[in-house]
Design a protein around this ligand. Structure first.
Ligand code: FE2
Ligand code: FE2
Length: 300
């Protein structure tokens, strides 16, 4: 059974539940409408929606936990950061909770999911270790397995944090746009709020990257090059069957390649943002070709 992972987390019996007819659901979606409750969904729609939301919720919480230790190094860089960093940690917890509420709304026991997975949210790979198989049972996006904190080296830790916001929050922000435009109304609405806060995180990353690169270009370029393939991999696969299905169901709007290209070349894309930083970043055509060939997957 493909959705074995859901067993024990649904507050209703999916076998006896009266799911919507495919045609009536698609009439709503194709007419540009949004679904608000389970009764309007087919089982296939529900399972895919739940997967996407659990994956986002886990990533938000893992991000929140991962940023907590940054508060120890923050004041070294600017006393104001004692205000900003805990705010960012708080934002990520709130994001996780907003998605948790969306899951509860459709009869998914997210509290139990969190209880069962919370112990793993803190898990990161050792520095220098490459992710081969997903070591944990939560559904976080793979980049969240890599450590941001570098023990005893607050400059690298702070640089990783800034790169993460500049690069990964920007990439995730690009993907959030599809969730905002998705066919499930509560998820769309909550992600609009999330986006506003993510935009602040991205700006925070932009500001620090400009400063840090000026001070220490070699260190920052080296760390950026380490994070780059990991971030590229979060855009999924070029000919993704799952993405095709998600687009058909209105859970996504663009192909993975379109999202990646918008992230690279959009008005607030990475190349545009880099004009104020000056990093050497792989040009778009080469980046897309490398992504398509699976090169980044082998590097990440
Ligand atoms: Fe977030
Ligand atoms: Fe963020």
């Amino acid at each position: 059974m493909p959705n074995e992972w859901m067993r024990g987390y649904l507050t209703f019996n999916p076998e006896t539940f009266k799911w919507a007819e495919y045609d009536s659901m698609m009439r709503v979606i194709e007419g540009g409408g949004k679904l608000t409750k389970i009764e309007q969904m087919t089982r296939e729609y529900y399972e895919n929606l739940a997967y996407l939301m659990v994956s986002q919720m886990d990533s938000e919480y893992v991000g929140a936990y991962g940023y907590m230790p940054i508060t120890y190094v923050a004041p070294r860089f600017d006393p104001e950061e004692l205000r900003h960093v805990p705010q960012i940690v708080h934002d990520e917890f709130v994001h996780g909770t907003r998605i948790k509420d969306c899951l509860e709304l459709v009869g998914f026991n997210a509290d139990k999911w969190i209880e069962d997975h919370q112990g793993f949210y803190n898990f990161r790979l050792e520095s220098g270790v490459i992710l081969e198989t997903r070591p944990m049972r939560d559904f976080r996006v793979s980049i969240f397995y890599y450590p941001i904190v570098c023990e005893g080296d607050s400059i690298t830790t702070w640089a990783n944090f800034s790169i993460f916001q500049f690069l990964q929050d920007r990439g995730a922000g690009e993907q959030l746009k599809d969730a905002i435009n998705s066919s499930f109304e509560p998820w769309s609405r909550e992600n609009q709020k999330i986006m506003r806060e993510e935009n602040r995180h991205i700006l925070h990353g932009d500001r620090w990257m400009a400063k840090l690169y000026k001070q220490n270009p070699e260190l920052i370029q080296g760390l950026f090059d380490m994070w780059w393939p990991r971030s590229m991999v979060t855009f999924g696969h070029p000919a993704s069957e799952r993405n095709n299905l998600w687009r058909k169901l209105g859970l996504k709007r663009r192909t993975n390649e379109e999202v990646l290209r918008d992230f690279l070349d959009g008005p607030n894309g990475i190349h545009a943002a880099n004009e104020n930083v000056g990093l050497k970043i792989t040009p778009t055509d080469l980046a897309v070709a490398s992504w398509k060939s699976g090169y980044y997957e082998r590097q990440a």
